[in-house]
Design a protein around this ligand. Structure first.
Ligand SMILES: [Zn+2]
Length: 402
């Protein structure tokens, strides 16, 4: 007997349906997937994107669920390739990503993976040595530590450039606090190893200094005329400014200063003087009274940037000790060095005299730090390039999470 066609069709259909049910709807093989854009233990700089490439040969890739630290993430795309968007607000540190990839079968077979990763979206942070004390008319050594690797570090202090260098894990530089300086800040721009570049601001409160009153200084007729001569002053100022601006990229001087000449401090730095011309001015140097011809030594190692006679400062020598530190020796009787000469600490630069705008033999010892005149004598007992032990310990202390 020949079977009726309808049964043949039904039998064939049932075989097809059964096969479909067995191999497609009731299959029990989970999908497989790979993840790109992230690696376990590696650093991600958000906003990031993780690409999930999945495949399921039988029923096809269905739902993809992504959780970061237990929170559901947005998953975009369809089919075999999905994108997980990492939130920008993800804080720096360690995170856990859980991925669930399901197929389209009735069983919703699921593959899952768990991955630990790190994020870093913050530029380096900086910490200032606790003993840092900005005082009017004083040199200000700066010691800093960073919470991570930092490159292309640029800084200003009180709005003036502050060259910084790194030694033994500590960033250092030298600046100065002007005689009328007001509270300021240190602004540091740096980039970390992952390209996060940004600016950090640290306050630099200024302690005022009450400078002694120097009374009235009587200048003779010629010196009165010189003091009022703007051309002479400008000539003096230009030469000196140019000397202080001579590039000196490396530090040549370490430790404390050598006292430039033996003698009595006849006028301390910052003293307010009233001249018989009516001019009132801070005395921007330290005067050491000594006999004419007494040797004058360089306070530290450096390169001579000026060695010539000036109308106001007389025979003057400027020595550059580092990127932001210079000293000057003025009213000299004789000059013993030449511009460009490399000298050591305590080398003779000239002899005491009374040249220029001076009322008797003395050394006017000056210091310019970070672009402003400061009291040179601070350098006699302060190592400007080495932090004290307690500062080093504080700078090296562990950082808290950002
Ligand atoms: Zn002086």
């Amino acid at each position: 007997m020949k079977p009726r066609p309808v049964f043949v069709v039904a039998a064939v259909l049932s075989v097809i349906v059964a096969a479909f049910a067995r191999f497609v709807l009731l299959e029990d093989t989970p999908p497989t997937f790979t993840v790109s854009g992230i690696q376990a233990g590696h650093v991600v700089v958000p906003p990031g994107q993780i690409v999930v490439s999945a495949s399921d040969g039988i029923s096809g890739v269905g739902e993809v669920v992504a959780l970061v630290d237990g929170e559901l993430m947005v998953v975009e795309g369809e089919g075999d390739e999905r994108r997980v968007l990492l939130p920008t607000r993800l804080g720096d540190g360690q995170h856990t990503l859980v991925l669930l990839v399901r197929d389209r079968s009735w069983n919703r077979n699921e593959a899952r993976s768990k991955l630990e990763f790190l994020t870093d979206s913050s530029p380096p942070r900086f910490r200032l040595a606790p003993s840092t004390q900005a005082t009017q008319g004083r040199v200000l050594p700066i010691f800093l530590s960073a919470d991570e690797f930092a490159r292309d570090v640029e800084a200003t202090a009180f709005g003036r450039p502050l060259p910084l260098e790194k030694r033994d894990g500590i960033w250092f530089g030298v600046t100065g606090v002007g005689v009328s300086e007001e509270d300021g800040e240190l602004v540091i721009t740096a980039e970390d190893a992952h390209g996060n570049r940004g600016e950090r601001r640290l306050p630099l409160p200024v302690t005022p200094t009450v400078f002694p009153d120097g009374g009235v200084v009587t200048l003779d007729a010629q010196r009165q005329k010189n003091q009022k001569d703007d051309t002479l002053r400008a000539q003096d100022g230009e030469k000196r400014s140019a000397a202080y601006a001579v590039p000196q990229p490396t530090w040549l001087s370490a430790g404390t200063a050598h006292l430039p000449t033996e003698g009595r401090v006849s006028s301390p730095f910052g003293k307010v003087r009233t001249y018989n011309t009516g001019v009132v001015r801070h005395h921007l140097g330290t005067d050491i009274a000594a006999g004419q011809g007494t040797p004058v030594f360089s306070a530290g190692a450096g390169v001579v940037a000026l060695a010539e006679g000036l109308p106001i400062h007389g025979n003057a020598v400027v020595v550059r000790h580092g990127p932001s530190l210079s000293t000057s020796y003025n009213h000299l009787h004789s000059i013993a060095v030449e511009v460009g000469q490399r000298i050591e600490r305590a080398d003779v630069v000239g002899t005491v005299g009374s040249t220029g705008q001076s009322t008797g033999p003395h050394l006017h010892w000056g210091m310019v730090a970070g672009g402003v005149a400061v009291a040179a004598e601070t350098w006699l007992d302060t190592d400007l390039l080495t932090p004290i032990a307690s500062d080093r310990a504080a700078l090296e202390a562990p950082w808290t999470a950002p």
